[in-house]
Design a protein around this ligand. Structure first.
Ligand SMILES: C[S@@+](CC[C@H](N)C(=O)[O-])C[C@H]1O[C@@H](n2cnc3c(N)ncnc32)[C@H](O)[C@@H]1O
Length: 348
């Protein structure tokens, strides 16, 4: 069952998750770090079981130091149970969990995932509820967020994988890195989730900014977020902004192409751009407006991944911004990014 001997041999296994279709690039990031990486597909294009010649802690350190773009989530596999009968497998899982002394007296977040062809027919939520009652003999307090430990369980068609880790070691403390936000009444666009996620993932204190420039702002999801954080916002877009934003005292709407607008030097301390356009054109337009961002100011920019070589494209975009005194803080494909990534930069 459990494969602690792998740890002793300096090997470890973990499950890596990327946004759908982007696992090959996440695997490339791992190969660059670890050299050869043995991997097995659990969910095509998305979730892989990985074996590396390093302990879990070494692997975590190497991955987090590199701040990968496409590796969204990792979870250790300290217990791997081959199953043809789910009930027997879950019994074995319980015995693994009961042996995890570090969970004694601790707060624990139980995160349960399934593959589509999983042997378990219940939803992941229902399976989680079942496991919570199975593990009730454990002297642990199960909570959802900010727990000391995460107990990750993934049930596929023929295996149960489980592991215990510190939340910070999983890259994201959300199950599988799937960051879920509640949709609000009257929310203008799903795009708002990208900024909410950037706020959490990059640790940005948006309430510290005063004047924001939003390029490619319509229909206004990002603008509404910036207004909620208390900023004065200038929104630039030839397209219409949402009705609900019109007449907002702290909002100036410019229905123009970003190449046609003029501002004062250093007028803004935050510049955001979500133009969903050719990256080359986006970089040119944003660079042409950087005079309006004060030194020390922050830029959050989404980069559409247009062609088949995203790594090369991303390097090019970052290098081009660096020429314009923009220092990269993070480049990351957020859960709410589709065919794009988000850059967090500071002007020096
Ligand atoms: C993905 S939408 C932005 C969504 C927005 N962030 C939100 O939260 O609602 C992209 C927008 O970029 C705008 N856009 C594209 N090219 C532009 C340009 N050259 N100048 C200004 N806006 C542009 C489009 O009109 C479109 O409204």
């Amino acid at each position: 069952m459990a494969s602690t001997s792998e740890e002793e041999r300096g090997q470890s296994r973990f499950i890596m998750t990327a946004n759908h279709g982007f696992a090959p690039f996440a695997q490339e990031e791992l190969r660059r770090l670890f050299g050869s990486v043995k991997s097995t597909v659990l969910v095509s294009g998305e979730v892989f079981l990985v074996t590396v010649s390093y302990s879990w802690q070494e692997a975590v350190e190497m991955i987090t130091n590199q701040a990968p773009i496409f590796v969204r989530h990792i979870q250790p596999v300290q217990c791997e149970i081959a199953i043809d009968n789910l009930a027997t497998g879950l019994e074995q899982l319980k015995s693994f969990v009961m042996q995890q002394n570090e969970l004694n007296g601790a707060t624990v977040s139980l995160q349960v995932r399934k593959t589509e062809d999983s042997l378990s027919e219940q939803s992941a939520g229902a399976l989680r509820e079942q496991l919570l009652s199975e593990f009730s003999e454990l002297n642990a307090q199960f909570i959802v967020q900010d727990a000391e430990w995460i107990l990750s369980v993934l049930v596929s068609s023929d295996h149960i994988y489980a592991g215990v880790s510190y939340p910070k070691d999983n890259i994201s403390d959300w199950s599988g890195g799937a960051v879920r936000f509640q949709r609000e009444d009257g929310q203008i666009s799903r795009a708002k989730f990208k900024l909410l996620e950037a706020e959490k993932t990059f640790g940005i204190d948006f309430s510290a900014f005063h004047h924001a420039l939003d390029i490619g702002a319509a229909p206004g999801g990002w603008t509404s977020f910036l207004l909620e954080r208390g900023m004065h916002v200038t929104a630039v877009d030839p397209a219409l902004m949402h009705e609900s934003l019109k007449g907002h005292a702290q909002l100036k709407i410019m229905r123009k192409n970003a190449s046609e607008v003029k501002f004062r030097d250093n007028q803004f301390d935050l510049l955001v751009c979500d133009m969903s356009w050719s990256p080359k054109q986006m970089v040119r337009l944003v660079k042409d407006l950087l005079y309006a961002l004060s030194p020390g100011g922050t830029a959050i920019v989404t980069v559409k991944l247009m062609h088949k070589k995203p790594m090369a494209l991303i390097r090019e975009v970052i290098a081009s911004f660096e020429e314009a005194n923009m220092q990269l803080q993070y480049a990351k494909q957020l859960f709410h990014n589709r065919d794009e990534i988000t850059l967090h930069m500071i002007k020096y």
